[in-house]
Design a protein around this ligand. Structure first.
Ligand code: PMP
Length: 380
């Protein structure tokens, strides 16, 4: 049998592995920042009704421009994110990963460079690679905030075509202040004649203590906000992401989007979910309270914890266990394994000394906290 290396794959893909969290069959899975609440029955019924209607026309291609859906998304943002957006300034795709891919296909590509500030969402670098865009990993402070002076200096030096800012940031949970985004935007515009695209990845925006960064797009034609229905809407399986920006950015991504990329079934399902926004945002409030409880209880147990504005929490090895498995990287993996031995799957994102747990139901979070306490006790 031949392998990948026997195929004429692109050089930059040789020896690489696909992105993906380990999927293990354990009782409590808190590793992929999913929303733990299944969609409510009334919404499931509405989806079935809308999808039945859509099925009657599946012999036809879907609305290529997804106008009804984009209008509903624009209304949702206008209502909840502090800034009026029009249909022409919203674009939708199969998950925000596809949004980011379309942006890099349009504004990145061979001979161009994108920068992000690590640790951050590792798909930014992988989508850059997949689109032939050069990638530079920019600096972050020890406390995981972005050092504005260092970041703007890096932008001035590298003159990137695309700048990624993830807020709240995955995996650290930290939100980025509006002033920081503005400083990065100014630096990115000054660095190139036609400016650079600055993408705010706000996949976890609804969970933040801070207001959305959406209002910053006003008067800034190269600032893009990316969002998803995978987290706050509890619809990771739907695959629906969207962006808000100057309408010219939406026009530009038309140059690379595949025709009819968003199926009629997807559009119908997303529209049904948007009709139930109030109920779904109610779950978000519960998750925010659980997220805050995880922060408080983990600190009480003795774990270092990064303040979180997302539906997950980054926590470190309790002081009592530092060095228990070796160095910081080995410690995080040892701790990950030990928690898994208690039936709870969290995420080791490869940030030395740190792990990430998604906020689950109260019972799942209790199981996780019990597991951490048990690991501490076993290693006393
Ligand atoms: N951005 C961030 C920061 C994420 O964490 C994720 C998913 N984990 C995504 C984007 C992509 O989400 P989706 O494609 O499901 O919209």
């Amino acid at each position: 049998m031949s392998g990948i290396d026997d195929l004429p794959v692109r050089d930059e893909l040789r020896g690489k592995s696909p992105y993906g969290a380990p999927q293990l069959d354990v009782p409590v899975r808190l590793n992929t920042n999913e929303n733990p609440y299944p969609l409510p029955d009334e919404l499931v019924t509405d989806i079935a009704r809308r999808v039945t209607e859509a099925a009657r026309n599946l012999n036809r291609y879907p609305d290529r421009d997804a106008v009804e859906l984009r209008t509903a998304l624009a209304a949702y943002l206008t209502r909840t994110a502090g800034h009026r957006v029009e249909t022409a300034g919203v674009w939708a795709a199969n998950g925000s990963n596809e949004i980011l891919q379309q942006l890099l296909q349009t504004f990145g590509g061979p001979g161009r460079t994108a920068i992000g500030f690590d640790p951050s969402y590792s798909m930014h670098a992988l989508i850059a690679r997949g689109t032939g865009t050069g990638w530079v990993s920019g600096p972050r402070r020890e406390d995981f905030t972005i050092d504005v002076a260092a970041a703007t200096a890096e932008i001035a030096r590298l003159r990137p075509h695309v700048v990624f800012v993830c807020s709240p940031n995955n995996p650290t949970g930290t939100a980025v202040a509006a002033d920081t985004v503005l400083a990065l935007y100014e630096a990115a515009q000054a660095a190139r004649e036609r400016g650079a695209l600055v993408v705010i990845d706000e996949a976890y925006g609804e969970f933040s203590h801070q207001p959305s960064l959406l209002p910053l797009i006003a008067g800034r034609p190269r600032l893009v906000l990316s969002r998803t229905m995978s987290k706050a809407f509890g619809a990771a399986g739907l695959r629906l992401g969207y962006l808000a920006a100057d309408p010219a950015v939406v026009d530009a991504v038309q140059l690379v989007r595949l025709p009819y990329h968003l199926s009629a079934v997807t559009q119908a399902t997303a529209l049904a979910a948007l009709d139930h926004t109030a109920t779904l945002l109610g779950y978000v409030e519960q998750l925010k309270a659980e997220r805050d409880r995880l922060v408080t209880e983990l600190r009480a147990i003795g774990c270092p914890v990064t303040d979180s504005d997302a539906n997950f929490v980054q926590f470190g090895i309790p002081t009592a266990l530092t060095g228990r498995w070796g160095d910081p990287a080995a410690d995080s993996h040892g701790m990950w394994r030990a928690i898994l031995d208690h039936g709870v799957l969290v995420r080791d994102n490869g940030v030395p000394g740190w792990l990430r747990v998604s906020a689950g139901t109260p019972a799942e979070n209790d199981a996780f906290l019990d597991a951490v306490r048990a690991v501490l006790k076993e290693n006393e």
